[in-house]
Design a protein around this ligand. Structure first.
Ligand code: ZN
Length: 138
């Protein structure tokens, strides 16, 4: 069995962002040489997410609006976590959107359902953050 590990780096210009990372994950699979196996993709920071959904900009704005209703960024002092930090909302948004995804690899490709794409969800950006890709298989 082969095992392959790769880290992706992100530094978004905005505090919140949704980045389609599907092609970067497929590149990692190509580099791994795995044809049949599993691919784990997880955020390495507790204020960012990796999730699968539709690559549709209206939906991404809907996520943004929905998450801001659930856990509004401001006022910062509404959160107990915000003593030395101002990112409590980002921790909560990450919990809702999830930490990781696992996708089957079949014949060297991500074995998606219709319209599925992998996204990096940033909720406290403007600094360096990382995503881990771990691939196992043959
Ligand atoms: Zn924090």
């Amino acid at each position: 069995m082969k095992s392959f590990r790769k880290k992706l780096a992100f530094h978004t210009k905005t505090r919140r962002a949704y980045v389609n990372i599907t092609s970067q994950v497929q590149t990692a699979i190509n580099e791994s040489g795995v044809r049949e196996g599993l691919c784990l993709v997880n955020a390495m920071n507790i204020t960012a997410s990796v999730f699968i959904n539709d690559n549709e900009s209206g939906l991404h704005r809907d996520f943004e609006r929905w998450l801001e209703k659930l856990a509004p960024e401001k006022p910062h002092e509404q959160y107990e976590h915000n003593g030395y930090e101002d990112n409590a909302d980002a921790h909560l948004k990450r919990s809702v959107m999830g930490r990781e995804v696992v996708v089957a690899i079949t014949e060297g490709k991500l074995d998606f359902g219709t319209w599925e794409q992998i996204f990096y969800g940033e909720f406290d950006g403007k600094r360096e953050k990382h995503v881990l890709i771990k691939i196992i298989g043959d």
